[in-house]
Ligand binder design. Structure first.
Ligand code: GDP
Ligand code: MG
Length: 476
């Protein structure tokens, strides 16, 4: 180049790994700054993501003032585990630039770790291994927020030797999965050999190292990919009904810019739909929240960001598909043809899964990974993401509760009608788990008459708990 640095966008990162490896805790730890008070070092909660400005990352690391960071920040996708996972399934590699695979150092590679790694390999996504829970090593002396080299120096010989053999074990296991890997500070071939960063999501040792890898090393290996270009790249995460804004689409803006009023083509179950951006929204930072309402309005937003778009009259947009912007002079037919292609790509990926047999929620099944069966409980939620999360949670319980049907939006009489079918088949499942949705008066009347139970709660865990308590009582 002519000495002028290219403008780079924030890398987008998501967190994968086996259950209990510490994905949620690590995400919390990344999001929480050790800057006292105020607006947590400028960190903002975005739609389905968290944005960490580079100033915040600098403050939390021991980086020298003259050391450069070429990206403006880091965008971390908020939902570790299944949701970003299924979105990635749909969108291939484009949703995230880099993945962090969390491995519990005391357990090594586990089933879902290997699945995650296989998926990443398949989608050509680079990853870093966070070798988490180092504080669990016997005799570990806690050094909160310390870079890992400093923390390790502080440990006894016993701890250091346990650390070494556990690292060797994981390196061997990764090798068996087809990857050469090394501790990042010993890694001489960073381009080919997977970096391992020891971390503790509890006392934050190694977190500075992980953050620096994400904002310094990642841009180095994918400069081209992270170069800001005016070509729009934008992925739909989910569609919601908002009481103030009507239909909203949550997207991750991966590249380019969005403007209020932009004409867009959205992929829906019914085919491409052309509409305009009514409002371009992001949440307010915490401290401004109360004063100004929930969302901040924008005329323009530049990548990479999590954004809420309000549109008119649109339902069933397909999660994981691209949002297409039609500029003045662009050919609308071509944009729509591109949308049709997106829809068919998404469908063919979904078709790799076997389908459920029931008719209920078929439309939703086609746009998600949800499977239903003849006998099971009815689940209803405000968004596809939460619906998937509830169903995922039901599956992981020892009771293994099947899902008979599902729907998005308020609970109507028809939903209760569908649930009544279960009264004859399997009475304990004649229930609706309703999360973050209204129950229409006719619906609750019919439920009361017929004996269908409607469950509601503040969190999805409480919702599922109250239902399982109910089942347990019936079984007694
Ligand atoms: P996830 O299922 O991968 O999201 O795992 P969680 O983040 O929910 O963590 C599972 C459990 O491990 C929780 O009890 C955490 O408090 C604990 N945990 C996670 N990370 C660490 C860590 O670095 N050190 C220790 N000691 N415990 C951890
Ligand atoms: Mg978790």
């Amino acid at each position: 180049s002519n000495g002028v640095d290219r403008e780079l966008r924030a890398p987008i990162c998501c967190i994968l790994g086996h259950v209990d490896a510490g994905k949620t805790k690590l995400l919390d730890c990344i999001r929480q700054s050790n800057v006292q008070g105020g607006e947590a070092g400028g960190i903002t909660q975005q739609i389905g993501a968290t944005y960490l400005p580079v100033e915040n990352i600098r403050e939390r690391t021991s980086l020298k003032a003259e050391a450069t960071i070429k990206v403006p920040g880091l965008l971390v996708i908020d939902t570790p585990g299944h949701q970003s996972f299924s979105n990635m399934r749909l969108r291939g590699s484009s949703l995230c630039d880099i993945a962090v695979v969390v491995v519990d150092i005391t357990r090594g590679l586990e089933k879902q770790t290997i699945e995650s790694i296989d998926l990443l390999k398949h989608r050509n996504v680079r990853f870093i291994v966070a070798l988490n829970k180092v504080d669990r090593l016997y005799g570990w002396k806690t050094c909160p927020h310390a870079p890992i080299a400093k923390a390790l120096k502080n440990q006894s010989e016993d701890v250091q030797s346990e650390f070494k053999w556990r690292v060797t074990e994981v390196v061997t296991q990764l090798k068996e999965s087809g990857f050469n890997a090394a501790l990042y500070y010993e890694n001489k071939k960073m381009k080919e050999v997977v970096n391992i960063v020891p971390t503790s999501a509890v006392s934050a040792e190694g977190i500075p190292d992980l953050l620096l890898l994400l904002v310094r090393w990642v841009p180095e290996i994918m400069m081209e990919r992270l170069t800001y270009v005016n070509n729009m790249e934008c992925t739909v995460l989910e569609v919601n009904e908002d009481k103030d804004f009507g239909t909203t689409i949550d997207v991750v803006l991966i590249n380019g810019a969005l403007h209020k009023g932009d004409r867009i083509v959205v992929c829906t179950k019914q085919g491409p739909v052309t509409t305009n951006i009514r409002y371009l929204l992001t949440p307010y930072p915490m401290k401004e929240l109360k004063a100004k309402g929930v969302y901040k309005h924008h005329e323009e937003l530049k990548a990479a960001q999590g954004v809420k778009i309000a549109v008119r009259g649109l339902r069933h947009a397909i999660a994981g598909t691209a949002l297409i912007v039609v500029k003045p002079g662009d050919d609308l037919e071509r944009a729509e043809a591109a949308a049709v292609q997106e829809i068919s790509n998404a469908n063919s990926l979904i078709n790799e899964d076997e389908r459920g047999e029931s008719d209920d929620g078929t439309a939703i099944q086609e746009i998600s990974r949800i499977k239903t069966c003849k006998e099971g409980v009815y689940v209803q939620a405000s968004s596809l993401g939460t619906l998937e999360a509830i169903i995922e949670h039901l599956k992981t319980l020892s009771l293994d509760i099947p899902v008979g049907g599902c729907n998005l939006g308020p609970v109507h009489k028809q939903d209760v009608m569908k649930a009544t079918a279960m009264l004859k088949r399997k009475e304990e499942y004649a229930a609706i788990l309703a999360f973050d949705v209204k129950v229409m008066p006719e619906a609750s009347d019919l439920a009361a008459e017929s004996g269908v139970k409607i469950f509601m709660a503040q969190t999805l865990y409480k919702l599922v708990d109250s239902f399982t308590d109910h089942i347990k009582k019936l079984k007694e």
